[in-house]
Structure formats: structure tokens, C-alpha cells
Design a protein around this ligand. Structure first.
Ligand SMILES: [Zn+2]
Length: 236
């Protein structure tokens, strides 16, 4: 049984590496999805910056139109100044002109504000474009690396599976069946080392008599805590 347990322990090493390769294989698409999300986010920010720049441009155009209309109005009223008959009419026109000039001043301030915002937006667009370029490169790199890693992992898994099949063939069927049933139920490992006086996996203390049995390795001894087969390697 000692030899069988040692083989089973080697089998478990292979199973552990196989399981981690499988887990990594399943995680690879998520790496690509994350890189794709990063690109979509960067692209969205760029589109937002472009839309804001366009909105600002239209707003400025509208304000410039408002100023032109104001100026035309001022010109018209100024022309009327020479034709009015009464002092009241004159003052009323002057007042109107003054009001329009103030309005033009306000719109000019608004345009200045928009121009300042345009500078900020131009900066935001440059940053967004850089982010998009970086995300495109990142996605491309992730895809290449993922494909390489996937290929390597698949080759490794195949190689390990062959090795595992050969290793399993050297183990007694009943012992192997016990190992497989524990592994299946547990989802991870079926064997645990006895370290000092406890199970290495669940830390349950192993009674003295069972410790002796584990060391003698005449039969399969399982942990009372986690049900795994207890194993103790020969001291080197
Ligand atoms: Zn245990």
C-alpha cells in the first residue's frame, strides 16, 4: 500500500496542475473581454468629447449670430436717431441702443467662456484619443498573448492527461476508485498530508492511533475532518 499511496500522491500532483491549467483556460476569454471593455470605454469617452466639441461649436455659432442680429439692430436704431422729433423719442432710442450694447457685451463674455471650454475639450479629446490608441494596442496584445497561452495550456494539458492516464494505470483499481470518489465529491484534492499531528488541509488533529496507521501505510486512512486520504511522505 505504501507504494500505491506514493503513486496516488504523484497522481494528485498531476491532477492539481491539470486543474489549474483548466481553470486558467476558462479565465482567458475574460481577459479578452476585459480588454474589449476597456477599448469600448475609451471609445465612448472619445465620442463624448467629440460631441461636446460639436455642441460648443454650435453654441458659439449661435451666439455669433445673436451678436450680428444685435449689431444690425443697433445700426437701425442709430439711423433712426437723426429722424426723431422729440427729446423723449431720442432718449428712448438711446436707451434701447445702450441696452443692445450691454446685451452684446454679455454674449461676448459667453463666447469667451465657450472658447475657454473649447481649449479644455481639445485637451480632453487628445487624452481620449491617446487612451483609445492604448486600448487598441492593449487589446491586440491581450489577444496575441491569450492565443499563445491557450495553445501552450492546451498542449500542456494534453501532455499531462497522457501522463496521468499512464500513472493511473499503475494504481490499484479500488484505491484509484476511492481517490476519484473523494476528489469528485470534494471538487479539489482527495489526499492530504499528515503534518506533525494534523491534516494539512483541514487542520483537524489526527488521533495517535491513526497517525501510526498513516505512517505504516498498510491501508487507506482518511481524515476525520475532511474525509481526504491521509498521506505521509517518506523522510528524504
Ligand atoms: Zn482533513
Amino acid at each position: 500500500m505504501k507504494e500505491q499511496l506514493a503513486r496516488l500522491w504523484s497522481l494528485q500532483s498531476l491532477d492539481t496542475i491539470l486543474a489549474s491549467a483548466k481553470k486558467r483556460l476558462l479565465a482567458i476569454p475574460e481577459d479578452i473581454a476585459a480588454a474589449e471593455r476597456a477599448l469600448a470605454d475609451a471609445d465612448k469617452k472619445k465620442k463624448t468629447a467629440l460631441a461636446e466639441i460639436e455642441a460648443s461649436r454650435l453654441a458659439r455659432k449661435k451666439r455669433e449670430g445673436d451678436i450680428a442680429a444685435n449689431e444690425a439692430e443697433i445700426l437701425k436704431f442709430s439711423g433712426q436717431l437723426a429722424q426723431v422729433k422729440t427729446n423723449e423719442q431720442y432718449k428712448a432710442l438711446e436707451h434701447e441702443i445702450e441696452h443692445l450694447r450691454t446685451k452684446t457685451g454679455t454674449i461676448e463674455d459667453e463666447i469667451l467662456g465657450l472658447l475657454e471650454r473649447d481649449e479644455e475639450l481639445a485637451g480632453e479629446l487628445v487624452a481620449a484619443e491617446k487612451a483609445v490608441a492604448a486600448a487598441v494596442t492593449g487589446l491586440e496584445k491581450t489577444r496575441i498573448e491569450a492565443a499563445e497561452e491557450e495553445k501552450a495550456l492546451k498542449a500542456e494539458s494534453e501532455h499531462l492527461t497522457e501522463k496521468r492516464t499512464a500513472a493511473a494505470a499503475t494504481i490499484d483499481k479500488a484505491v484509484l476508485a476511492k481517490y476519484e470518489s473523494i476528489r469528485k465529491a470534494d471538487g479539489t484534492i482527495a489526499m492530504s498530508r499528515l503534518v506533525r499531528d494534523a491534516c494539512e488541509t483541514c487542520y483537524r488533529q489526527v488521533p495517535d492511533q491513526r497517525q501510526i496507521e498513516v505512517r505504516q501505510a498498510k491501508n487507506l486512512v482518511t481524515c476525520e475532518g475532511c474525509g481526504r486520504i491521509l498521506y505521509q511522505e517518506d523522510p528524504e
